[in-house]
Each structure stands twice: as structure tokens, then as C-alpha cells.
Design a protein around this ligand. Structure first.
Ligand code: EPU
Length: 787
């Protein structure tokens, strides 16, 4: 049907065997020539991967017609499309029909339809590293290899060579702002700097002129049997290096592997290092150090990426660039300008109160180094959110992970990011939590739901904290959500000032008498009317939803919580009660019970019924709450409120429209205070009425956690009586139960969810309608989003 490859053919098969690549049944191919001296149609399978996208960029710059497929599109594939990539968001064989060569990622399985089809037609297929090795052979290759710090060091090398005027081409494993892209082909220069990937052994395919070995350690134990197997691959890379090998003298394994190689150059802090850093000064995000070459000082360097491990990396770059003939001045200048790769101690948010940093670290050694750096920044505490990466690594290095978090005050671990691996039974984030706890860490917790991790960390947040996200998966997205919300939270904090309080994701179950409800995105406590007015205006301008909550006694918040700003006016005048003759002025935050007892103290009667309402003045006004046959507005003289623009008004009772359990003005306006009126009464009478109210509550209402009456009383029959008559007392859904004391109360038996409450409410309503034809209406306010 479509033997395109055979019809078109490829350029002449090769003869130079050293670079011959054979795929299953394809002809040997001179890959170096094919990729760098000729122009072809090339298809990349798995093009969205960070390594593959770099190859795509190089091939486009080399003049090939490049197509690619992946199951996801990313900003990287979009960028490449602008450069000429033909992208397909599915791996269908037809999309690679016209290609002369298929390059595939190591994450692609051998039964991928494009690979299967290519093999059927005898079309050559090569691995990413094979393509990279061939491209590199056309230039003077420099490979940066090792377990940790490759991306940073290869980016730093390419940058130093570029600043040194050598026009290097480069290929590194991540987006590097200072280099522009993760890969670039520069026809003007002789050198090609590449990050070597040791994870699948393909680093041994390289035949570079120079190699820099950062460190060698147990890693990728899904691929390697042990450390010896890893060292063997590095040994092969060194043996294939035609020029010099640079190595970190402090790394025992690297030093051992390089020992027998004669053209070796060491770097590090030790006396015997060929290139040595001395007088290292670490301060915040900057390191300053002097460099000696075989005992001779060659100058001072300033590095604007944090951490001692980066001084080490920079020293490797200094050694390499110096040996290529670049003057120290130029190297030092380039280092001072160097900016970190994305996701390497990347600052996501920085204010005097909070510092949020993301790091790609996924190996215990990297995590320890990152935490050490975080600690050295000098904030009060380090809170860490960690997402283990790959089941195989999590399992193999569990003990080391257990010991890696000593420098963090708090650790929250989420579940494993599998990458392309299938789960291994029993290997979860909990396993790492257990290891960390067994090691003796006292504050480590597990949050299996990734989307909740930022909330758990935010609930611990205190001014002065550094929050770190660590992991090679997608944990950084959680930090970004936190950073975005923190920007708003800090503005809210500026509005409410020192006295006010702002909290992120405050659980509303803490602020409702029913003890259910998800988090408030922003929980804000203003202490005065001006701050409240400013909050109203801020929310309007920023398009943020604003919800006011008092004592939360008549509130059922859904399990997903409330998005936007939840204002809880309390403290200051909001909690004050002032008595003037028979008039009592109370702020919206004052409890109705306190108004009743304040009135008693001043010898004012008529407000005793308020004793029985668990809410605050604000809620009492909003609901026109009532008990003992009385209701709020019977005692109201004036109400002061803020409108949607934050303007303050005072209205008298006769100017206000009020209904049973409803004061509509407060649907769009916000009460600040109210003036109540009673009448002078003998103390004994007040006490008697207060006691009657208490007695009524004690004998007819449950003591358990509830939101007061759930339903409004229908005209025909009190709701409690109706529920009772329907025999629904003690009906339950989960931990939500119709009280056996009073039928209009639903109680939380401990740990009930809003979903359970709502299901029970619906059940009662449906039964009342079916059996008595009565449509019950909820009195309790139901707000928020489902979980
Ligand atoms: N009743 C039953 N079975 C029950 C509950 C009540 O037969 O399980 C009967 C009572 O015996 C009484 C009638 O129903 O004859 C009314 O009950 P209750 O006197 O307890 O008053 P209510 O209308 O249920 C109202 C308020 C309460 C307030 C009390 C006491 C409403 C919706 N509820 O309850 O307010 O505490 O009066 O003054 O108006 C609240 O609004 O959240 C609240 C608790």
C-alpha cells in the first residue's frame, strides 16, 4: 500500500563502520553523513519529551524536514511547530510514511505503530542518543556526564564557550533561559556541548573530544545491576574520549573511574585538585570563590546560582573552558551572568515573608544538596513538598530517601510520579513517609492526592518560611498554584494590616458549628470597617468572589470549600457591644448570646431569646434569626452596612425590608453593626426568661454538632414535628444523622462530610413530599463547591 521508503530510497549506505547504525532489518546507514551533511525527511516518535525536542530543534536547524508524534502536545512542541515541525498528536503509522528515518525516545515501546511499520518496511530506526552521538561526531564533542548537576553544568559550559566567542552548538536536558533553547546548532563553531544521559547506557555511544564527569553514584537501578555496571559505562565513555577528561576529585567513584586515564584533569576543593576553589563565600543566592590552577591563583569568580554544589559545577566549567583556551576573565564574566535552568532551585515567589522555590531533584543526594542550599538561604523554616519519581527508584533508594530530609522542618510527601513505569505493588509515597519517620524525622506526612498538596503545606505556612517543591514529575505545578494564591494573599494582608489575619485554604469545618466544609481559598479577618470596605473594593476589581461568614452556625459548606475571599469580620469594633440607655450597639462579630447577657447586665429585657442562638449578630441579621417566638428584627433600631462599592450606610428599621428568616439587603451588601432596643425590666424577669430559653434548648434540642434547624417551618406544621411524624429520626447517611432529640436538627456524629449531610437532607425532603405533599425548604445556607 505505502512502501514510500522503498520507492524513495535513502542516500547511499555507508561504509565507515565506526558510525554504522543497524536497525532491525534496515541497511547500515552512515548516520553522521545522513544527519549533518545531507537533507532528509525525519520523523521523531515521542517528540514532546525534553530530550527529543532538543533533537528535533537540531534537525530542523540542520535543514531536515522534520515531523514528530506524541500523545501530548506541550509548549515545547508548539515552539517547534513555529520553527517548522509537523506535529501529530497520535502515533499513527501514516504520519511517518514519508520519513527516511525514524528517531525514537527510550520511553517509546517497541510495539509503537510507527516503529512496527518502519520495521515492516525495513526503514531505519535509531534511538535518540544514537542520533545525538552522530550529530556530535560532526563537531568537536564535549560531553557533560554524571548523576547530578548535568543540566546546569552543560548549560554553564555552553554559555561560557559562547561568551568566550567559540560559537558552540549545544544540547541540554531542559529549557535554559540564558541559552534561549534546550538545543541549538551553530554552523560557525567547532564545538558541540551535550548533556550525556546515563540512564539507559546510551552515554557510551558518544566519542567526544572532551568529557566532564561530575559524579558517579547508584541510580537508575531499573537499568543497571549495580554500581559496577554504571562505572563500566562511564569507563567506556572515558576510553572513547580523544582529548581530556575532567573529573570531580571529591567524588570517589568518579576519581576511581578516571584514575587510569592519562589525559585527566581534576577539579574540586582538595589541595591536590588541578583546578581548585578556595575561600568560598556563600551568601543568599550568590557564591564567591577564588580559583587556583596547580597552586597558582588565576582569579576570583562570582556565581549567581546558589549552593556549594554549584561552586563545584562551576569549577568543572572553569577547568574545561580554561583548557580550551578561554581567558579566566571571560569565563568569570560569563559565570557572573549565568542564570539557572528552569526547575533548578527556581524561585517562584519571593517576598520578605515567604520564599517559594522549585527544584527538579529526585535522587536523595540531590535532595540533600537542595535542602542544604535552602537552609543556607537563611529563612526561618524550610517546608518541603516531595513527589517521588519512578517506582523503581523509589523502591531501590527508599532508605536513602529516608535520610535525605533532615534539613527540612516539615515534609509532605505525595504519591509516586510513575513517568512511563507501571506501578509496583506497595511502592507509594507512604513508603517514603515511613522511611523518613523511621529515620527520626518528627514532622512528615502523606497526602496521596497531588492536587491537595499545596493546601496541606499552606496550612502550615508562617511568615519567614521557605517552601520547596522537589521532584522530577509535576509537583512544581502545586508550588505554582501556591505562588499564584500567595500573591493575592499578600495583597489581602496589606489591606487588613498587621492586626488583621489572612490564611490560605483555611478549613471551613473549623468555622462552622456543623464541623463540615472544605477550605476557603482566602480566609481574611479584617479588624475594622475601613479594611472591610477596602476588601470589598479589591475583590470587585480583581473579580474575586467575596463571601462573609460569622459564627458559621447556619451554614453548610460543601466539601470543595469556597473559592475566592471568605471574610470573617472579627476583633476590634466588630466584636464590641456598647450600651446606651435601652439601646445596644453590637458589631457583626459579636455573639447574639453576648448581646443577651450584655442586656441583662444593663437591666434591659426583651432580648433574652438571643441566648438560644449560637450565631453572631451578622448571621442573625442575614437570617432574621429567631427563637422562643421572637425574631431579630423585632428588636432592631438601625443597621449599618457597606454596599458593593464599600460605601457605608446606616438605615433605620422602617427603611428595611425584612421577611421570615430572610433579610434580602444582605444578599449584596455587608452588615457592619446593628443597634438593638429592649426595654428596662426587673432583673428577676430577665433571668427567668433566660433560664426558660436555656431550658427549652436543653430539653428539646440536641447538644451534638449541628447547624441549628435545617428546614424552615412550613405553614402547615413545624418541620421538626413533621420529620418526627414521618419516623425519620435517627435516619443516617454516613456520619450525618437526623437527631433523635429534635427532628429539624441534623447532627454530625464526627467526621461527616457535606455530601452526606446533603444526601440526608434530600432524603428527608423527598419523604416529606412523597408522604405528606409538603415541600420543605432549607433554612440552613448551603454554599461552596462539591469536592
Ligand atoms: N416537635 C416535635 N418533634 C420534634 C421536634 C419538634 O414534635 O422532633 C414539635 C414541638 O414539640 C413543638 C413544635 O414541633 O410543638 C415546634 O418545635 P420547637 O418548639 O422546638 O420549635 P421549632 O419551630 O422547631 C424554632 C426555631 C429554633 C429555635 C426554637 C426555640 C425555626 C425553624 N426554628 O424551632 O431556631 O431554637 O424555635 O425557640 O424557626 C434555628 O433557627 O436554627 C433554631 C434552632
Amino acid at each position: 500500500m505505502r512502501p514510500v521508503f522503498e520507492k524513495r530510497g535513502v542516500s547511499k549506505p555507508l561504509t565507515r563502520m565506526s558510525s554504522a547504525i543497524k536497525s532491525d532489518r534496515a541497511l547500515p546507514l552512515d548516520l553522521l553523513r545522513f544527519l549533518t551533511r545531507e537533507r532528509h525527511r525525519i520523523h521523531l516518535v515521542g517528540v514532546a519529551g525534553s530530550g527529543m525536542s532538543g533533537i528535533a530543534a537540531l534537525l530542523i536547524e540542520l535543514g531536515h524536514t522534520v515531523s514528530g508524534s506524541d500523545k501530548v502536545s506541550t509548549t515545547e512542541t508548539e515552539r517547534l511547530q513555529r520553527l517548522g515541525l509537523r506535529f501529530h498528536e497520535q502515533h499513527r503509522a501514516e504520519v511517518a510514511d514519508a520519513a527516511d528515518l525514524i528517531v525514537f525516545s527510550s520511553a517509546i515501546r517497541s510495539d509503537n505503530p510507527i516503529l512496527v511499520d518502519a520495521r515492516d518496511w525495513g526503514k531505519p530506526t535509531v534511538r535518540r542518543a544514537e542520533a545525538l552521538a552522530a550529530i556530535m561526531r560532526s563537531k568537536r564533542g564535549i560531553v557533560i556526564a554524571g548523576m547530578h548537576g548535568k543540566t546546569t553544568t552543560s548549560a554553564m559550559t555552553a554559555h561560557a564557550l559562547r561568551e568566550g566567542g567559540l560559537h558552540p552548538s549545544h544540547y541540554v536536558g531542559a529549557e535554559i533561559p540564558i541559552l534561549g533553547t534546550n538545543a541549538h546548532w551553530d554552523p560557525r563553531g567547532e564545538y558541540f556541548v551535550a548533556e550525556g544521559d546515563e540512564s539507559d547506557g546510551t552515554v557510551a555511544l558518544f566519542e567526544p573530544e572532551h568529557t566532564l564527569i561530575l559524579n558517579i553514584e547508584e541510580e537508575h537501578l531499573d537499568f543497571y545491576a549495580d554500581l559496577a555496571a554504571i562505572e563500566k559505562v562511564f569507563g567506556q565513555l572515558i576510553a572513547q574520549t580523544t582529548g581530556k577528561v575532567f573529573y570531580n576529585i571529591e567524588d570517589e567513584n568518579a576519581a576511581r573511574v578516571c584514575r587510569s586515564f592519562t589525559r585527566r584533569i581534576s577539579y574540586g576543593f582538595a589541595d591536590e585538585a588541578d583546578y581548585r576553589a578556595v575561600d568560598i563565600r556563600l551568601k543568599d543566592f550568590t557564591s564567591t570563590f577564588r580559583v587556583n590552577h596547580r597552586g597558582q591563583e588565576i582569579g576570583e569568580a562570582v556565581l549567581n546560582v546558589p549552593g556549594q554544589h554549584n561552586v563545584h559545577n562551576a569549577l568543572g566549567v572553569i577547568a574545561l573552558a580554561s583548557e580550551l583556551g578561554i581567558g579566566f576573565e571571560k569565563i568569570a564574566k560569563s559565570l557572573a551572568k549565568f542564570e539557572h535552568a528552569r526547575r533548578r532551585f527556581e524561585i517562584k515567589y519571593d517576598s520578605p515573608r515567604f520564599l517559594l522555590v522549585d527544584d527538579y531533584g529526585h535522587h536523595p543526594t540531590e535532595i540533600r544538596a537542595t535542602l542544604k542550599t535552602a537552609r543556607s538561604v537563611g529563612r526561618k523554616r524550610v517546608l518541603t513538598m516531595f513527589q517521588p519519581h519512578r517506582y523503581s527508584r523509589t523502591k531501590a533508594l527508599r532508605k536513602e530517601f529516608g535520610r535525605a530530609f533532615d534539613d527540612a522542618e516539615r515534609v509532605v510527601v505525595t504519591d509516586v510520579y510513575g513517568s512511563n513505569e507501571a506501578p509496583i505493588p506497595g511502592v507509594t509515597g507512604q513508603m517514603i513517609v515511613d522511611e523518613i519517620a523511621t529515620h527520626g524525622h518528627r514532622s512528615v506526612s502523606y497526602e496521596p492526592c497531588l492536587e491537595r498538596v499545596h493546601r496541606v503545606v499552606a496550612n502550615m505556612l508562617e511568615s519567614g518560611d521557605l517552601v520547596l517543591s522537589v521532584g522530577a514529575g509535576n509537583i512544581h505545578e502545586q508550588l505554582s498554584v501556591l505562588a499564584a494564591d500567595l500573591v493575592i494573599a499578600e495583597k489581602l494582608k496589606a489591606i487588613v494590616g498587621e492586626d488583621g489575619d489572612v490564611r490560605l485554604y483555611e478549613p471551613l469545618s473549623k468555622h462552622t458549628t456543623l464541623r463540615v466544609g472544605g477550605p476557603a481559598q482566602f480566609w481574611v479577618e479584617p479588624r475594622d470597617e475601613q479594611a472591610f470596605a477596602k476588601l470589598i473594593r479589591f475583590c470587585r476589581n480583581e473579580n474575586l468572589q467575596l463571601f462573609v461568614i460569622g459564627r458559621g452556625s447556619n451554614l453548610l459548606v460543601r466539601d470543595g470549600g469556597i473559592r475566592g475571599v471568605v471574610v470573617h469580620p472579627c476583633g476590634g469594633n466588630f466584636d464590641k457591644i456598647e450600651i446606651n440607655g435601652a439601646e445596644i450597639t453590637a458589631g457583626v462579630g459579636a455573639k447574639l448570646k453576648e448581646v443577651a447577657y450584655g442586656a441583662k447586665a444593663a437591666g434591659i429585657g426583651g432580648l433574652e431569646w438571643m441566648e438560644g442562638i449560637p450565631g453572631a449578630v451578622g448571621g442573625g441579621l442575614r437570617m432574621n434569626a429567631g427563637a422562643m417566638g421572637a425574631q431579630t428584627f423585632e428588636n432592631i433600631v438601625r443597621v449599618r452596612y457597606l454596599d458593593a462599592d464599600g460605601e457605608a450606610y446606616t438605615k433605620t428599621r422602617d427603611e428595611l425590608e425584612v421577611y421570615y428568616r430572610n433579610f434580602p439587603l444582605l444578599e449584596k451588601n455587608f452588615a457592619v453593626s446593628a443597634v438593638f432596643r429592649g426595654q428596662p425590666a426587673p432583673l428577676e424577669e430577665i433571668v427567668r426568661k433566660l433560664e426558660a430559653s436555656q431550658e427549652k434548648r436543653r430539653t428539646s434540642q440536641p447538644a451534638a454538632k449541628s447547624a441549628g434547624c435545617i428546614f424552615k417551618n412550613p405553614d402547615s406544621c413545624p418541620a421538626g414535628k413533621l420529620v418526627d411524624e414521618l419516623g425519620l429520626k435517627n435516619s443516617r447517611v454516613g456520619k450525618a444523622r437526623v437527631s433523635d432529640v429534635h427532628g429539624n436538627f441534623i447532627v454530625n456524629d464526627g467526621g461527616a462530610t457535606a455530601a452526606e449531610m446533603l444526601e440526608l437532607i434530600e432524603m428527608v425532603k423527598a419523604t416529606a413530599l412523597a408522604r405528606r405533599g409538603i415541600e420543605l425548604e432549607t433554612e440552613v445556607q448551603i454554599v461552596g463547591e462539591p469536592a
